[in-house]
Design a protein around this ligand. Structure first.
Ligand code: RP5
Length: 170
């Protein structure tokens, strides 16, 4: 049996996966082991409970939960655990994600979900936030997160230099 990864990305449907790939990419870039699951708060609620009942005692430390429409997955994870849960609202459906955003962010007091935004930036931020949470107790992860932040800044500075050279008339 493989060792429990410290971070999990659980999604309500495999149809969510293309919108969550930036979360996967961040964890891979930061060399943090990740468990990825499709478990639905509505369609497979018993599996959600069973998974949490084993994964958390086995060493799961942070959950990223992505879902669209009536997105209760992050909240359901938070209801069953006290480890940090990051909710990722997934765009799509008739309301294009507004429903998922409100369902994810508007938790009742006492059962927190750290909600990120819609879109690929939200998925990326979920991965980074999971890494930052682990980084509080793991200096090697914190260092890799800091290096990624510097690289992001370098990329913006390079874009600034290119756009200035191509378009400024000063
Ligand atoms: C949600 O319903 C899922 O997270 C997904 O965003 C949405 C639609 O699921 P599928 O019908 O594509 O499986 O629970």
């Amino acid at each position: 049996m493989a060792k429990q990864a410290p971070v999990a990305l659980v999604m309500g449907s495999d149809s969510d996966l293309p919108k969550l790939e930036k979360a996967l990419a961040v964890l891979e870039a930061l060399e943090i082991p990740l468990e990825v699951r499709v478990i639905s708060a509505h369609r497979t609620p018993d599996e959600l409970r069973a998974w949490l009942d084993s994964a958390v005692p086995d060493g799961l430390k942070v959950i990223m939960a992505g879902a669209g429409m009536a997105a209760h997955l992050a909240g359901a994870c938070a209801a069953h655990t006290t480890i940090p849960v990051i909710g990722i609202p997934v765009e799509g459906g008739a309301l294009n994600g507004l429903d998922a955003l409100l369902s994810t962010v508007n938790m009742p007091g006492g059962v927190p979900v750290a909600a990120v935004g819609l879109g690929s930036g939200g998925a990326r931020n979920a991965g980074l936030l999971a890494a930052q949470i682990l980084g509080v107790a793991d200096p090697a992860i914190a260092k890799r997160v800091a290096e990624m932040r510097i690289a992001d800044g370098d990329a913006v500075r390079a874009k600034d230099a290119r756009i200035r050279a191509e378009h400024s008339t000063e």
